[in-house]
Design a protein around this ligand. Structure first.
Ligand SMILES: *[C@@H]1O[C@H](CO)[C@@H](O)[C@H](O)[C@H]1NC(C)=O
Ligand SMILES: *[C@@H]1O[C@H](CO)[C@@H](O)[C@H](O)[C@H]1NC(C)=O
Ligand SMILES: *[C@@H]1O[C@H](CO)[C@@H](O)[C@H](O)[C@H]1NC(C)=O
Ligand SMILES: *[C@@H]1O[C@H](CO)[C@@H](O)[C@H](O)[C@H]1NC(C)=O
Ligand SMILES: *[C@@H]1O[C@H](CO)[C@@H](O)[C@H](O)[C@H]1NC(C)=O
Ligand SMILES: *[C@@H]1O[C@H](CO)[C@@H](O)[C@H](O)[C@H]1NC(C)=O
Ligand SMILES: *[C@@H]1O[C@H](CO)[C@@H](O)[C@H](O)[C@H]1NC(C)=O
Ligand SMILES: CC(=O)N[C@H]1CO[C@H](CO)[C@@H](O)[C@@H]1O
Length: 556
């Protein structure tokens, strides 16, 4: 989940910050412009010139002046430098056409009024990673064409009315990671499309977004917002993404119903107790992250029109029931319900969700699974590939998984399973990994009557198994069996007689892990080990018994 958010964030920031650079123009010789460097890439893009750890703007001027044809279009970055001589010099003196200017990690706490004079064509300015406490309004007045302004990770505490008023074309504004606690009314330019106010100290948005009818991406995550009621743009028809995670939201704003284009909503880490129908009509919504809230109920029609939803993250909430609410989610691929309060789960809740790929029901309190798909619907063609049921209270499977034909990974670890019946896993032709570790299984004998033609990995450590005989006879392609921490005393020689490890058609060796078992160390065992090795099966964890005896036995 976090990865997804991070990916969305970085895509966004990439759009803003990841400028394509280069030019059909050639760079000056590197030694000529030291300590700066130059990179040319795609034609038609500005030359990328970077200077690091320079002693002042004068040093930049000395390095670059006269090295390029006049008015060459550049993206200039001056970073990790001291620009104490900014009042004495200006960027205009470089004689270049600065399309992009990035002054990062330069310990800037303020900018002189004339710093940017002559930069009337600059479209992109980054002052991120400095210590500015105010928006440098007077300096920005020289940049009327600015489309992108990045003031991220600074110390700006307030956005005042008029701070950005001289930037009529501003579309992308990043103020993330400052100390913003105050936003004055009408402090944001109306043409904004992307706005990042994340990781500040905002407890209210003060109506500042109401007029932003072009807004597509809004980040207000990591603030102290208790509500967004009446704060979204009055016309939010363009809004594609709303990132409001890690606030104190107690509900979602009803106006979300008007944001017909919304594709992503991140509201995890809030105090939501219900959704109140705010998302009912979000027909375009694809990603919905609501984990780490207090959601206790969803009404039957909560997701009524969410026919495009692919990912639903509802982990770490207080749900006990789904109320059939998921059934309209025809495009759902990932359903995450980890750490809720389900005591039973019925597969009827996912009936007809043909795209569903992964279901995470781990860490609930599920003691019963119900409503297996095969029994209920003829057209129940599910594609669930991964089912996570670990950390629940299941004592039996009751055949509930029958019919999940596409299942490849099944995690049942940390439950209370005492036995698995042949019917329980019937029809799971595609199952590749089965985790039944940390249960109370005394034997796998019944399991061995099911045929699992694709199983590659069996995790059954930390159970109460006492003996291994024909337990793998239904597992023709097994490659990996972890049986550590059981009570296994005896291992039948024919255990793996019908198994030949195979992954994607490639033959390999079956590895069986037997650490921490009271395996009886006798001549039988030694012979079993030798016979198995001849059949591409290796037993691990029987040292010191085998290690010592094997040499004698083989030598004999
Ligand atoms: C940053 O600038 C301040 C003065 O504005 C100065 O006192 C401080 O030493 C500078 N820090 C670094 C790391 O250069
Ligand atoms: C809201 O805006 C008003 C006037 O524009 C300002 O005085 C006030 O401090 C702002 N409040 C917050 C919490 O930003
Ligand atoms: C199920 O949905 C109905 C309305 O559709 C609602 O009244 C009821 O409280 C919901 N039940 C649960 C357990 O969420
Ligand atoms: C479900 O969400 C939790 C965090 O809320 C995450 O750790 C877990 O990996 C997710 N499961 C899946 C299958 O994505
Ligand atoms: C788990 O479910 C059982 C009933 O199956 C109930 O007695 C118990 O209180 C539940 N535990 C939690 C933590 O909800
Ligand atoms: C099953 O879940 C447990 C607990 O989350 C985890 O440690 C284990 O690695 C999972 N098994 C597999 C095969 O992924
Ligand atoms: C070894 O493989 C052969 C042929 O598949 C089989 O007949 C025999 O029982 C196997 N022996 C052991 C110890 O697995
Ligand atoms: C059959 C056999 O040789 N068993 C011996 C294997 O080694 C252990 C010591 O590790 C002896 O106790 C067994 O008698």
């Amino acid at each position: 989940m976090r990865a997804a958010v991070a990916a969305a964030m970085s895509t966004f920031l990439y759009t803003l910050l990841g400028l394509a650079a280069g030019s059909s123009l050639h760079c000056a010789e590197r030694r000529d412009i030291s300590p700066c460097s130059c990179r040319a890439q795609e034609p038609g893009q500005p030359l990328k010139v970077a200077c690091e750890r320079v002693a002042g703007l004068s040093a930049v001027l000395a390095a670059l002046a006269g090295r390029f044809p006049p008015e060459t279009e550049v993206a200039l970055r001056v970073a990790y430098s001291e620009l104490h001589d900014l009042p004495a010099h200006t960027f205009q003196q470089l004689g270049l056409s600065i399309h992009t200017l990035m002054l990062n990690h330069d310990n800037l706490s303020a900018l002189p009024e004339e710093a940017f004079s002559g930069l009337g064509r600059t479209e992109y300015l980054s002052l991120a990673d400095n210590v500015l406490t105010l928006v440098p309004r007077a300096a920005l007045r020289h940049m009327p064409r600015l489309r992108t302004l990045d003031l991220g990770r600074g110390a700006v505490a307030a956005l005042h009315h008029g701070d950005l008023q001289d930037l009529p074309e501003l579309q992308h504004l990043v103020l993330a990671g400052n100390a913003l606690a105050r936003l004055d009314a009408q402090s944001l330019p109306p043409a904004l499309r992307h706005l990042h106010l994340g990781r500040n100290r905002l407890s209210a948005l003060n109506g500042t977004l109401r007029g932003l009818s072009q807004l597509e991406w809004l980040f207000v995550n990591g603030n102290q917002l208790a509500q967004l009621d009446g704060e979204l743009p009055a016309e939010c028809a363009q809004l594609l993404l709303l990132h409001a995670a890690s606030n104190r939201l107690r509900r979602l704003p009803a106006e979300l119903r008007a944001c017909a284009q919304l594709e992503s909503l991140f509201a995890q880490g809030n105090e939501l107790e219900a959704l109140g129908g705010a998302l009912q009509r979000a027909r375009r919504l694809r990603r919905l992250h609501l984990s780490h809230n207090r959601i206790a109920q969803v009404s039957e029609d909560e997701f009524q029109e969410l026919e495009a939803l692919e990912e639903l993250q509802l982990g770490h909430n207080r749900l006990r029931e789904l109320n059939g609410s998921l059934l309209p989610l025809r495009a759902l691929r990932c359903l995450n319900l980890t750490h809720n309060r389900f005591e039973r789960f019925s597969l009827r809740e996912i009936l007809g969700l043909r795209r569903l790929f992964v279901i995470d029901l781990s860490a609930n309190n599920i003691s019963a699974l119900a409503g297996h798909v095969a029994q209920n619907v003829v057209d129940a063609e599910t594609r669930v590939v991964e089912l996570r049921l670990e950390h629940n209270r299941l004592r039996a499977l009751d055949g509930a998984l029958m019919g999940l034909h596409g299942l490849q990974r099944l995690n049942l670890s940390h439950n209370l399973l005492e036995q698995i019946m042949p019917d329980d896993l019937i029809g799971l032709e595609g199952l590749r990994v089965l985790d039944i570790s940390f249960n109370r299984l005394k034997t796998l004998e019944e399991t061995s009557k099911t045929f699992l033609p694709s199983l590659e990995g069996l995790f059954a450590s930390n159970n109460l198994l006492t003996s291994l005989q024909q337990d793998f006879h239904g597992l023709p392609t097994l490659c990996w069996a972890d049986l550590a921490n059981n009570q296994i005393e005896t291992i039948g020689r024919e255990l793996a007689a019908k198994t030949r490890c195979r992954i994607h058609g490639v033959l390999g060796t079956l590895r069986i892990y037997l650490y921490e078992n009271p395996v009886r160390c006798d001549t039988n065992l030694i012979e079993t080990v030798v016979a198995m090795e001849a059949n591409f099966t290796k037993l691990y964890g029987l040292a010191p018994c085998v290690a010592e005896n094997l040499t004698t036995s083989v030598a004999a």
